[in-house]
Design a protein around this ligand. Sequence first.
Ligand code: AHR
Length: 771
Amino acid sequence: MQRLKLKLKDGMRGASLNDLYGIFFEDLNHAADGGLYAEMVENRSFEFEPVDHPGYEETYSWEISDPKAAQVCTKQPLNSNNPHYLEAKTTKDALVIVNEGFNHGMSFQDGQSYRFSLFAASRNKSIIQVFFENEDHEQVSETSMIVVKDDKWQKYELLIRSEQTTVNGKLVVKVLPDANVSLDMISLFPEETFKNRKNGVRKDLGEILEEMHPKFMRFPGGCLVHDGTLDPDDRESMYRWKNSIGPVEQRPTRRNKWGYNQSLGLGFFEYFQLAEDVGAKPLPVLPGGYDPHHKRAVPIDELQPWIDDALDLIEFANGSSDTKWGEIRTKLGHPKPFNLEYLAIGNEEVGQDFFDRYPYFHKAIRERYKNIKLINTSGPFASGSEFRRGWASANHNGSNLVDEHYYMTTDWFLANQHRYDDYDAHGPKVFLGEYATKDNQWYSAVVEASYMIGLERNADKVGLACYAPLLCNVAFPNWKPDLIYFNQHDVSPSLNYYVQKIFMNFQGTYDVPYSIDGLPKPIVKSNEPITGSFGFEADHATIEYENLTFTDLKLGQKQIFGSGHLTDSEKINIDETNTSQYKISFDAIKTGGRVDKGFKLIFGKKENSGHFSWVIGGWENQDSIIEQRNLHNQQSVWDQAQWTMVENTQYHFEIVVKNRHIETYIDNVLMNNAEIKPTVIESLYSNMTFDEKLGKYYLKLVNVTSQSLQLEVDVTKFQDGKYHELFSSPKTKNEIGKPNKLTIQDTSKLKPTVHINPYSVNVLVLQPKSN
Ligand code: AHR
């Protein structure tokens, strides 16, 4: 077994880690409604509409015993933001309306109380009973009663105790005979929420976030923020934070980009509160007046309300109670400021439209609040012309940070371990606002850990980093993998979660110089030229191609393959090559199919190692992309440029491959230019930091290999030490409802030799001897 030696180097202090590791909350996968937000009733205000999701209508999620006795009305609403309500008119029989929550069952705990509330207005004396049932329709709580006599909307509240534990519970609201009553905002929360906040978040989910000790919390998205229309009063508007504060019954409901409804019950006040409760700095993201999904742009001379949203948000968070927005915060229950330091304008926007608008936000915010750290954005990919456009804008405007996003294979992360070594420490810092490998297997988590070593080693260039997405209700996945899975009663952190947690728990204040002697040489896993078969793949667009020509650039020989036709998801294999330098050229026209789609040229395809694609009209037909797919069809993007394939227009396409270098041209204009880095596996990834507050060193050791290692530590230099180990076999995954499969071992006595397990993530905590 390889024996290594740790040596501390005296004197120098490395880069500060500041707020490096945080979390990113976005309401996708039902992370807010039906997730973190502790509301148990789905569609509490009868506002679900097909605009949110094709299967929705106003009584979605409600079981109504007699639909004739219960009509959804809009005549006399609770308020104009909440237009729909249920009018119940009973004669001889009672009307029973039942809600089973988001996951086909509510979780009730024996002996625990739940806060029930509704708004009602009655044209006579109407009596309503409320109780809980289990899956066998047995009543599992006492019956509580509400008598409604007032014809004006009033709020009624009850505390109901469950007398049984069930995960398939239902809320039953029974309108007794001879009633004529309007009902709205029928709501149920556990009495105990995280930090016992009213309108708060689920205790179990809040706690699991708090246990990570994140330094910051990015919210509320993601694409959620910028996908929408420009009018804040529109049902489908972009996320406008002012809609999300104040009494919940007055907040308008909105379409969620991820195909469901967002009640906005978990709004900006709750997000700020949550950040504070988990000990994180808030990091809100605001739309920059541009929706890249639908190319909706606010005219520049109409940007002021959007800029005001940003300025007002800063005042809302930080202003004293005698400012307009500080007073609103105070009235909402938080007189002290939330100490906002970071603000992001935009989320992975592409296109000049956004970058024409960003400077207006930047300038106005800088003028009034010079200490706010402003975050610009560099698109959804790790490289390419849009990525460079974001960085150029950040450099030009003097943004403090640039938001980078990438979701890639483990091989990509291993190939890019040194990505930040060459970044400029004096320019804007990186905010790695979204990243993840493509899996929740332990191997993926270990590779993420190895990559995080590179982030903290480069803390002078990387300011902030957070894994994405954070939460997923297992019944509603929009995006996988995620960090934490849950249903109505259970929480199942992924193995990736434990990596994030250990890195956050032992972040440290600054890097310290050290060395580890005796490390075996890195292994280069793939460095061969990109050769193999090539062909086309349709992507729901209809394509006619002609003049398809393959040129061996080494021999100067051409092969003509002529013309063809592609449709739906058809695949055509053309030929294969083993020459290391070649060109493929063709002309093509899109004649039909989906507007948001194009096609792919597949190349470098080998049976045992996946393939490359030139994606022509990728990402909603807005991009030209060079991607690599492994044998599990997991994708890494190596280069992206903005480009749209217009129907019935002929284009000339050319791709030139030289060893591992790829260039693409459309109509002789360079589109993509990518060097495919080889996957390199180092025998150990490590970084050492010092925690100034606790006076301890943290040495993180990540082993992505199947080999064990031994590390010798000079124990005479330390008065105490602890060793925290996470390990498992590479394919292990956690499953909801099953115990955690990761081995977590903590040793509290310092030993001269530390054993580093195969596929392990470890932190050695060392307390130096005081002089
Ligand atoms: O994290 C999921 C999505 O990925 C985010 O909404 C978006 O920013 C990115 O494309």
